[in-house]
Design a protein around this ligand. Structure first.
Ligand code: NAD
Ligand code: APR
Length: 232
């Protein structure tokens, strides 16, 4: 199978073995926090301190985390594959970049970004953000994590749709397939003629949309799959 253009969708599961919690697994983030309190614009308006505390804790944790063998294998694939390899990640950690991947689109934003809710200015987030922080551009106390919350539009969607149209191979790694539009990317890639593969610990909610599936820990099955794509 000549897989010139490979598009890889990653979710929290690829970072699980780096010590970063997933959302919907046993004891996951949504078992500890209410989505409406910490991952919606309404929650932020109601209690910005709670939301900053939630992302300050995740930012600190993500800085302690190191890429695992799955992140490293995807960086090797990008470096050695003859065609184009692009990662669309739902994750807000920086582990793909830390492993050496260059073509990474963060559709849900990233923990290292800060955004001004008043003037849309973006800058590099400090380790700890507080509601009283002033925007360096407009000077107002309207800073928020540069994270896409429920009900908000994901980032870089035009580029993502273009990559899905051009994909010969679409692979989803470590995502439960519960959140749209990411969960529908496999259907789009399939419609445009790509071969579709799910690499996951267990079957996702969209498993029936995939042509092929392999189950196991990402740190084990992703390097093995990359070896195959690169011809061993
Ligand atoms: P959602 O994405 O969970 O959508 C709500 C429900 O609507 C889904 O669970 C699904 O059942 C249904 N649905 C939505 N789109 C669908 C589709 N194309 N086909 C079939 N069913 C569909 O929650 P939401 O409030 O709509 O938020 C969606 C937006 O929020 C997306 O842009 C997503 O990227 C973003 N988001 C960000 C985060 C984050 O933490 N960064 C988390 C979740 C969602
Ligand atoms: N290896 C491979 N897959 C794993 C591993 C592992 N070691 N551990 C867990 N998984 C799988 C789980 O089986 C599950 O299918 O990773 C998936 C994690 O699913 P979620 O916790 O729902 O995370 P994700 O799919 O990324 O959530 C999507 O929802 O709330 C939002 O912002 C959040 O971007 C996130 C989006």
């Amino acid at each position: 199978m000549s897989a010139d253009n490979i598009v890889i969708l990653t979710g929290a599961g690829i970072s699980a073995e780096s010590g970063l919690g997933t959302f919907r697994d046993e004891g996951g983030l949504w078992a500890q926090h209410r989505i409406e309190d910490v991952a919606t614009p309404e929650g932020f308006a109601a209690n910005p301190q709670l939301v900053h505390d939630f992302y300050n804790a995740r930012r600190a944790q993500s800085l302690e985390a190191t890429p695992n063998a799955a992140h490293v294998a995807l960086a090797r694939l990008e470096a050695e594959h003859k065609g184009r390899v692009s990662i669309v990640t739902q994750n807000v950690d920086g582990l793909h970049e830390a492993a050496g991947s260059k073509a990474v689109m963060h559709m849900h934003g990233a923990l290292d970004g800060a955004l001004c809710a008043a003037c849309d200015h973006r800058w590099s987030a400090p380790l700890v953000m507080q509601p009283a922080d002033l925007c360096p551009n407009c000077g107002q106390p309207t800073t928020r994590p540069d994270i896409v919350w429920f009900g908000e539009m994901p980032y870089q969607m035009d580029q993502i749709w273009q990559h899905l149209r051009d994909a010969d191979l679409f692979v989803a790694i470590g995502t439960s397939g519960n959140v749209y539009p990411a969960a529908a990317f496999v259907q789009d890639a399939d419609r445009y003629g790509a071969h579709t593969v799910e690499l996951n610990l267990e079957a996702s909610a969209t498993i029936s949309d995939f042509a092929e599936a392999r189950f196991g820990k990402a740190s084990e099955i992703v390097p093995a799959w990359v070896d195959e794509v690169l011809g061993g």
